[in-house]
Design a protein around this ligand. Structure first.
Ligand SMILES: Cc1cc2nc3c(=O)[nH]c(=O)nc-3n(C[C@H](O)[C@H](O)[C@H](O)COP(=O)(O)OP(=O)(O)OC[C@H]3O[C@@H](n4cnc5c(N)ncnc54)[C@H](O)[C@@H]3O)c2cc1C
Length: 348
């Protein structure tokens, strides 16, 4: 996959989460009228990676070592990339990836990775409480089926140039546009998710239980077998049920040719074929979910898409080779929100 991803599109579709931020003060927010000409640190990208980098730079370590000025640049709205389009899980992968980690790095390291993921979840909860962040965060079951220039750098934007001592690339799937050395290492992969209003059988006391989901898993694996598809990582479905009952359900990768997903940076609309596959998956796999005769307003209410960066294993975090003062925090793929690297961005 050696095609430059370009830049984020101007008119992305709205996810379920973004539909609920239309009156946010962060819409089209700019802290300063004109772009500051200089900064100690410039971060490109305002998703979890960029936002966490800014947060920790400004709040951790001895005060006299903290940067005096941090500029956060974003091509679209604040947090408008994968961070605003995901399935809402921040789930340590205690089971699914353990075997993979162990095979690659040994048992001890595998335990450490999973412990790190657990620590990240705890830290996320701590920060939300400490900063009084008003957001939907709750502990619940989640279900996953399968598994240089003078002072340093000049960052050119269409609003001017920022001279900066340090620059952080938090540009996710679009990293290779600015850093061509990542061509073929970080590339876009289109994810899709949906919000589903459950029928009565899965509402109220009948919400999605771990039993129902493991049944889903069993049937889905059976379907993989029947279709002679190679499990896992074909459909890679996942879901959470929100306290208001709405199910956030994503995946169904295998329902469209992979060429439609790899390198595709068009997040302006959900793929109708994949939406149909998501719509059909729950009635097929959940006992008692009516295949027809849903009441108006029940069923798949909204589908959206987003760019996941695809990498072979772990994200890239740290200073770039032969580029002193330039750092990367990118490549957090479809299981990205639990990566501790979001919180390891303190720059030396
Ligand atoms: C459909 C979908 C479902 C997912 N589900 C889950 C899930 O349930 N659990 C989980 O843990 N993870 C999930 N993920 C993955 C998770 O969302 C990502 O790992 C995480 O959000 C990555 O954060 P980030 O800050 O690195 O990237 P992003 O949030 O994509 O942020 C990168 C930002 O950089 C900006 N940018 C890029 N290039 C430039 C440029 N040249 N100039 C200025 N700005 C630029 C983009 O506009 C974007 O806002 C999902 C992803 C998708 C797409």
């Amino acid at each position: 996959m050696n095609v430059t991803p370009g830049y984020p599109r101007r008119n992305p579709c709205l996810s379920f989460w973004l539909q609920h931020t239309r009156n946010s003060l962060l819409q089209e927010h700019r802290t300063t009228e004109t772009l500051p000409g200089k900064a100690d640190v410039t971060i490109i990208g305002s998703g979890l990676s960029g936002a966490a980098t800014a947060y920790f730079l400004l709040t951790t370590g001895p005060e006299d070592k903290r940067p005096k000025s941090v500029v956060l640049l974003e091509a679209r709205e604040a947090c408008d990339g994968a961070t605003a389009r995901n399935g809402g899980h921040c789930r340590p992968d205690c089971y699914r990836d353990y075997r993979h980690y162990k095979a690659n790095f040994g048992q001890e390291q595998a335990f450490k990775i999973i412990q790190n993921e657990m620590d990240t979840l705890n830290l996320t909860e701590e920060i939300i409480a400490k900063e009084g962040i008003d957001c939907d965060f709750w502990r619940a079951f989640t279900y996953g089926v399968v598994s240089g220039a003078g002072i340093g750098w000049c960052v050119e934007t269409d609003r001017g140039v920022v001279e900066t001592e340090k620059v952080v690339y938090a540009t996710s799937a679009f990293t290779a546009t600015l850093l061509p050395e990542f061509l073929g290492h970080i590339y876009p992969f289109k994810g899709q998710c949906s919000a589903v209003v459950p029928p009565k059988a899965y509402a109220g006391k009948g919400d999605v239980s771990a039993d129902a989901y493991s049944d889903y898993h069993r049937r889905d694996m059976q379907a993989y077998g029947d279709n002679k598809l190679k499990a896992p990582a074909i459909m890679a479905d996942y879901l959470i049920q929100r306290p208001d009952g709405i199910i956030i359900f994503g995946g169904q990768r295998g329902s469209v040719p992979v060429e439609r997903l790899l390198g595709n940076t068009d997040d302006t609309h959900a793929d109708p074929e994949r939406t149909a596959a998501l719509r059909e998956a729950l009635p097929r796999h959940f006992e008692g979910w009516p295949k027809e005769d849903l009441a108006e307003g029940e069923g798949l209410a909204h589908a959206w898409t987003g760019e996941c960066p695809h990498v072979s294993c772990f994200p890239y975090v740290g200073e770039l080779q032969d580029k002193p003062g330039a750092f990367i925090c990118a490549g957090h793929h479809g299981h990205g929100t639990r990566f501790p690297s979001f919180f390891c961005a303190a720059l030396e």
